[in-house]
Design a protein around this ligand. Structure first.
Ligand code: SF4
Length: 316
């Protein structure tokens, strides 16, 4: 006789998973493969998710961080995170056919950064070092006009006078609460500083973080489906922890440790903006092998945003 499964509540966050920028980026790759045939080259992982990247590889996409390695004249797609001006120039120099899958909300930050620097302000860029979005945004202005800060300590060590003409922009996928603190500190220290407050943090990041704050009231363990190099997914895990909920970032169901659910009554599940819904299904399948699950979905903001794809791919 099969052992009786313990009942456990599973609460799904809403919204979760793909955002409009990720959907657009994947669609651009799929349509480019259809229109131009394989291979098409992608600068960096199109979005930070191994499942998505592997399924596009199977269809003929080649991922690389090195523009030099791409044959002259080939089709190249810039990932959703955006690229620096230098990467764009290098691609043009090699006469690559460029399709730009940079999220329009990242492009907006690029334009803001350029506008502030053009107006004579030094730029403080708030974000995570080595993240491709930060490399892209900082590489949209002259290197001596921008300084990256990741935390309060780095703000305290900035080399500027208190009345220096400054501006700041932020990465799109940061923690809302942490960024608020950093921005407030900048305003406390500098008298002539301009910036978008928290508006660079995109709607998808905001909505997924709000959903965790709401859900944290009902759960005692949280699973965030997403890649470790996915900034927005990592922030969801951090947020769960900060709400006092044991929180785990998992790429897929194989990374689940069943001990996490010992003595727990309610498991929350969310997915980062680059994690497809199929991964959630696999997680639920695994949980229901060992537990009798009672599924609930929290109400949340309905996201209807859709970004246009490049004109040359529209009629496919
Ligand atoms: S997480 Fe936000 S900025 Fe990044 S691709 Fe999605 S919508 Fe665009």
């Amino acid at each position: 006789m099969e052992p009786v499964k313990r009942q456990i509540k599973v609460v799904l966050a809403n919204p979760r998973g793909f955002c409009a920028g990720v959907e657009r980026a994947i669609e651009i790759v799929e349509r480019a493969l259809k229109k131009y045939g394989a291979p098409v080259y992608i600068k960096h992982e199109i979005v930070h998710n191994r499942y998505v990247v592997n399924s596009l590889k199977d269809k003929g996409a080649i991922f690389t961080d090195d523009i030099e390695s791409i044959p002259n004249g080939a089709v190249v797609i810039f990932s959703a995170h955006g690229v620096s001006k230098k990467v764009e120039d290098d691609a043009k120099y090699k006469e690559l056919y460029i399709l730009d899958a940079t999220c329009p909300l990242v492009k907006k930050v690029h334009r803001e950064a350029q506008k502030y620097v053009a107006s004579g302000r030094k730029l403080v860029l708030i974000g995570h070092k080595n993240h491709p979005e930060i490399e892209g945004t900082s590489g949209r202005v002259a290197a001596d006009q921008v300084v990256l800060v990741e935390d309060l300590e780095q703000i305290e060590n900035l080399p500027f006078k208190s009345d220096e003409k400054l501006a700041y922009v932020t990465q799109t996928t940061l923690s809302i609460d942490d960024t608020k603190n950093l921005v407030n500190t900048l305003y406390e220290r500098y008298t002539d500083i301009d910036g978008p407050a928290l508006k660079d943090i995109c709607y998808a990041t905001q909505n997924r973080q709000d959903a965790i704050k709401e859900m944290a009231k009902y759960i005692d363990v949280l699973l965030v489906i997403g890649a470790t190099n996915s900034s927005n997914s990592s922030r969801l895990r951090d947020l769960g922890e900060s709400q006092g909920v044991a929180s785990y970032l998992i790429a897929d169901e194989t990374q689940i440790n069943l001990d996490w659910f010992e003595g727990k009554q309610a498991v929350g599940i969310t997915a980062g903006a680059s994690a497809p819904e199929v991964l959630l299904k696999q997680v639920l399948d695994l949980l229901s092998k060992y537990h009798q699950i009672v599924l609930e979905e929290v109400d949340g903001v309905v996201e209807n945003l859709k970004f246009k794809i490049p004109r040359e791919l529209e009629d496919l």
